[in-house]
Design a protein around this ligand. Structure first.
Ligand code: NAD
Ligand code: MG
Length: 389
C-alpha cells in the first residue's frame, strides 16, 4: 500500500486527485487530507478514504469538522501550523495543491521527509524555487510537476539531455477574454473573469488565466524547475488547449505533448511516475478536431507576460514580490475594489518600488525570508490601494 497525503484536498486539483485514488482504493493508504474552510467536503472525503487525519486551515471551521468526524477515529486539527504538521506525517507521495503562497511552508515540510512531492502549487517555485529544489536535494526528495504545461515538458524531457534543449514553449488558452475588444477589459466583471473556455479550475487560477498572470507564473515556474535561461522560454496562445507544451531541441525538432484539458492526466502521471498506467481521460479524435491554431500573445492585453520577463531577469526576491503582489491585486479585484486591468498596474508598481530591496542583491536564503517578503509586499499593496482611495 502506498501512503498518500493531499494538501488542498477540497480544491479542484485535490478533488481530481481523490477521484484517481478512489478508483483504486486497495492501492492507497490515505494519511492526511487538508482543506481551507470546506469542513463538509473534507469530512466526507476523510470518511470515504479512511484518512488518518483531517485538517482545516480556517480555525472558524474547526468545530464543524470535529462534529462531522466525531466517533470515526479520524484525528482532526486546524490552522496553518497543523497543516504543515500534517505534511510531516510519513507518506510516500504528497500532493501539494493548496492555492497561493500558503502552500509553500507545508510543501517545504513535506520535502524534509524525503518523499515524492507532486507539485501543483506553482507559487512555491515562483516564490522560493532555489530553496525548494535545494531542500529536495538535501533530503533526497523528488519533486514532480503537476501543472499541465510543466508535466508536459517533464514528459518531453524523458531520456533527453537538458543541454540539448533550445527552447521551451508553453501554451495558453487565452482565458475568458481572449477575443474581447481590448477596451472592454477595463469593465470586465468578476463573474465574466471567473469562467474559463476550456479548463474547469479553482476561481483564482481561472481569473489568473484571463489576465495571463497564471501564464506569467508558469514562465517563472519553468525557469525555476527546469533551470532553463529565460530567453529560451516562450508562451504562445493556443485556444484549443490540446497541446500543453513543446520542447525544442538543437536539431530543430519540437516535441509536443497533446492531450485533452483534464488535470487528471498530469496528476495521474505524477502518481504513477516513472510508470505509465491507464488513466480515465478522454482519448482525442484528431480527425474530428481537425485543426490546432496558435497566435502570438499580445502584451498590451496581457501585461503580466512582460512583467514575468522582468522578474525572471531580476531574480533574487522578485518572484516572491511578484506572486504576493499578484495575490493581493487579485484579492482586491475579487472584492470589487479595483478593475480587471488595474491588477497588472498594481503588480508593476509593487515590483518597481520593492526591487530596491528585493532584487538580485538580496536573494532570500530561508523560508522565513521568503515569507517576510510575502508579508511586506502584501502590506505595501494594501497601503498603495488605500492611498488610491
Ligand atoms: P482551489 O481554489 O480549487 O483549491 C485550493 C485548495 O487550497 C482548497 O483545498 C482550499 O481549501 C485550500 N486553501 C486555500 N487557501 C488556503 C489556506 N490559506 N490555507 C490552507 N488551505 C488553503 O485551487 P486549484 O485550482 O485546485 O489550484 C490549486 C493549486 O494548483 C494552485 O497553486 C494552482 O495554481 C495549481 N494548479 C491548478 C490547476 C487546476 O486545474 N485547477 C492546474 C494547474 C495548477
Ligand atoms: Mg498550467
Amino acid at each position: 500500500m502506498r501512503r498518500v497525503s493531499i494538501l488542498g484536498a477540497t480544491g479542484s486539483i485535490g478533488q481530481s486527485t481523490i477521484d484517481l485514488i478512489r478508483r483504486d482504493p486497495d492501492a492507497y493508504d490515505v494519511v492526511a487530507l487538508t482543506g481551507g474552510r470546506n469542513a463538509h467536503q473534507l469530512a466526507q472525503d476523510a470518511k470515504d478514504l479512511r484518512a488518518e487525519v483531517a485538517v482545516v486551515g480556517d480555525v472558524a471551521s474547526y468545530a464543524e469538522l470535529q462534529d462531522l468526524l466525531a466517533g470515526t477515529g479520524i484525528e482532526t486539527a486546524c490552522g496553518a501550523v497543523a497543516i504543515t504538521d500534517a505534511a510531516r506525517r510519513p507518506a510516500d507521495w504528497i500532493m501539494s495543491a493548496i492555492v497561493g503562497a500558503a502552500g509553500l511552508p507545508p510543501g517545504m515540510a513535506a520535502l524534509e521527509q524525503g518523499t515524492t512531492l507532486a507539485l501543483a502549487n506553482k507559487e512555491s517555485l515562483v516564490t522560493a524555487g532555489p530553496l525548494l529544489l535545494a531542500k529536495a536535494r538535501d533530503f533526497g526528495a523528488t519533486i514532480l510537476p503537476v501543472d499541465s504545461e510543466h508535466s508536459a515538458v517533464f514528459q518531453g524531457l524523458v531520456g533527453e539531455d537538458i543541454t540539448a534543449v533550445e527552447r521551451i514553449v508553453i501554451t495558453a488558452s487565452g482565458g475568458a477574454f481572449r477575443d474581447w475588444p481590448l477596451e472592454n477589459l477595463k469593465t470586465a466583471t468578476l463573474a465574466q473573469a471567473s469562467s474559463h473556455p476550456n479548463w474547469d479550475m479553482g476561481q483564482r487560477i481561472t481569473i489568473d488565466s484571463a489576465s495571463m498572470f497564471n501564464k506569467a507564473l508558469e514562465l517563472i515556474e519553468t525557469k525555476e524547475f527546469f533551470g532553463i535561461a529565460p530567453e529560451k522560454i516562450e508562451a504562445i496562445v493556443h485556444p484549443e488547449s490540446l497541446i500543453h507544451a513543446l520542447v525544442g531541441f538543437h536539431d530543430g525538432a519540437l516535441m509536443a505533448h497533446v492531450g485533452p484539458p483534464d488535470m487528471r492526466h498530469a496528476i495521474g502521471y505524477a502518481l504513477h511516475w516513472p510508470d505509465r498506467r491507464h488513466l480515465p481521460v478522454a482519448r482525442l479524435d484528431l480527425a474530428e478536431i481537425g485543426a490546432l491554431t496558435f497566435r502570438a500573445p499580445d502584451e498590451n492585453r496581457w501585461p503580466a507576460l512582460r512583467l514575468a520577463r522582468e522578474v525572471m531577469k531580476a531574480g533574487g526576491g522578485m518572484g516572491a514580490v511578484f506572486n504576493a503582489a499578484k495575490e493581493a491585486a487579485l484579492d482586491a479585484f475579487i472584492a470589487g475594489r479595483i478593475g480587471f486591468m488595474d491588477m497588472s498596474g498594481v503588480v508593476e508598481d509593487a515590483l518597481s518600488i520593492l526591487s530596491a530591496h528585493e532584487g538580485p542583491q538580496n536573494a532570500p536564503n530561508s523560508l522565513d525570508a521568503v515569507m517576510d517578503i510575502d508579508r511586506n509586499t502584501r502590506a505595501y499593496v494594501a497601503e498603495a490601494l488605500k492611498n488610491r482611495g
